[in-house]
Design a protein. Structure first.
Length: 236
């Protein structure tokens, strides 16, 4: 059998490397952000874990400082998912919000065999026909990271948010801008999303050098910033 020449090796590498890139998902990570919500301060923990071919993405927002004295609780969101044919397929979504005076709870399950979405948000039942593709509200972030890494970001996505299915429109900029956050300075790409007929715009600044993990998140409404989160720690 003839040995590989360097030329043959390079050809093979050119074939195989893009396949790995297309299949790429971020490794397990936990990102900790400092949060400014209106005049309140807090922390946001975003965590991606993989186990037995499945993934869990979770967000936990907690008050700090003076905000903690008047709103001692947390907002916990999580969504389990898998990757099928290069697409994120949600399995469930969970919400427990104890920051508000009246706690909010939501449980949503995606039954792909019966093609239905069932669950509840607060006291309202959820029952939808399962359309593909569809995401949970927090899995939109993972989808944006995943597809931007593949340079395959779509113009819009369907998500389930509370007890509604919404179309989310996406805009992206590859300006190569560098921004500084407490964790460091990074070249970033900017991706914004907005639901139809909404004045709220959510923006991620993704760092290609960190597997497209956001180093900054922001929500604006009528050109006013009402939420901002900056990366302070990353565990990979």
């Amino acid at each position: 059998m003839k040995a590989f020449t360097m030329h043959q090796f390079l050809i093979l590498a050119c074939i195989l490397l893009p396949i790995e890139t297309l299949n790429a998902m971020p490794d397990d990570y936990e990102a900790i952000y400092s949060v400014k919500l209106m005049q309140a301060d807090g922390t946001l923990r975003a965590k991606l874990e993989s186990k037995d071919g499945r993934y869990i993405f979770s967000l936990k927002t907690q008050p700090t400082g003076f905000w903690k004295l008047i709103a001692n609780g947390a907002i916990n969101e999580s969504s389990e998912f898998e990757i099928i044919d290069e697409k994120i397929r949600p399995i469930n979504y969970r919400l427990m919000d104890t920051i508000r005076r009246n706690a909010r709870k939501s449980e949503v399950d995606f039954d792909w065999s019966k093609k239905v979405i069932e669950g509840f948000y607060k006291d309202r039942a959820i029952n939808f026909k399962l359309e593909e593709p569809i995401l949970t509200r927090i899995l939109l972030q993972i989808e944006i990271m995943h597809e931007k890494q593949k340079n395959n970001l779509q113009d819009s996505y369907l998500i389930i948010d509370k007890d509604e299915i919404k179309q989310i429109d996406i805009t992206s900029s590859n300006t190569g801008k560098k921004i500084s956050v407490p964790f460091g300075s990074y070249d970033v790409v900017k991706v914004s999303h907005q639901s139809k007929n909404s004045n709220r715009i959510n923006t991620f600044w993704l760092a290609p050098g960190l597997d497209f993990i956001p180093v900054k998140l922001e929500q604006t409404e009528d050109n006013k910033v009402n939420f901002e989160a900056n990366l302070v720690q990353l565990i990979q």
